[in-house]
Design a protein around this ligand. Sequence first.
Ligand code: MG
Length: 326
Amino acid sequence: MGDLKKYEYIWLDGFQPEPSMRSKIKVTDEDTPPEWSFDGSSTQQAEGDSSDCLLLPVQTYESPMYSDFLVMTQVHSADHKTHPSNTRAAADAVVSDEWWFGFEQEYFFTNKDGSPLGWEEGEPRPQGDYYCGVGADNVSGREVSEAHLDACLAAGINLTGTNAEVALGQWEYQCFGKGIKAADDLWVSRYLLYKVAEEYGVGVNIHPKPKKGDWNGSGMHTNFSNEAMRTAGSEELFSSMCDKLGEVHAEGIAAYGSDNDQRLTGLHETQKITEFSYGVSDRGASIRIPVYTVEHDWNGYLEDRRPASNADPYKIIAHIVGTLTK
Ligand code: MG
């Protein structure tokens, strides 16, 4: 028997409208994580009389906490077919590695009663001081955010930055990747966020509008490019891509997370959910053409500002690439 290893398997459950994350640890001397199974009747993925579901490893990461490896998996039914809850398969069918993605994941840290971190004395003073702020009265949860950044980097997930966001207790990190792995990495970065926060006794809320009123919601702006956009771009190319995405705006919104109507109101740097627009440097548009792209002779990337913070990155990239390669 070789050295025993602890593989921490991660999967998405069958909850609607958005899946939750699940995990369990397998101890084995195998050098690569084998296929495994779980009780789907406990995760809304199977009936009790035939409850086995299968876990197929898709990416393996060095584990920064406790276990030896984190194993992102996709779910198959007991008959070895893609499970209905498996949104990865559709993305994997269309997204090649020439597509690069940068996700800007926003979220709130919470107390155990669900209130945002830093809001224990009631509603804090209005927005203004918190974005990229410093000082105990301006930020809440920095130590958790920084521990999360370190955990992701130790796992080999390419976080490119993090910052305090516009509301107190709200944070953002940026996660870069190529092809389908970009979405795997984003899911695992979320898993590590929940787990790091757990160690501090803190919760994570990725709902797009946790606090009603004059408080920013949380989004997941999705920056993307392919080879042509990066190296053979033109104003025509970028405009035609925006137009194509605009033609299927409703399908995009359906793929971009639930309760997004509470966030995409036309206020707080958003376009209304019922409208589609794009423009250079326009943070009130559905899709922003970054000034970087224009200044590099129309070589660069686009930023789709519509996805909500709770969106499934597999659905996002399947929609963008599926639309633009049709
Ligand atoms: Mg932001």
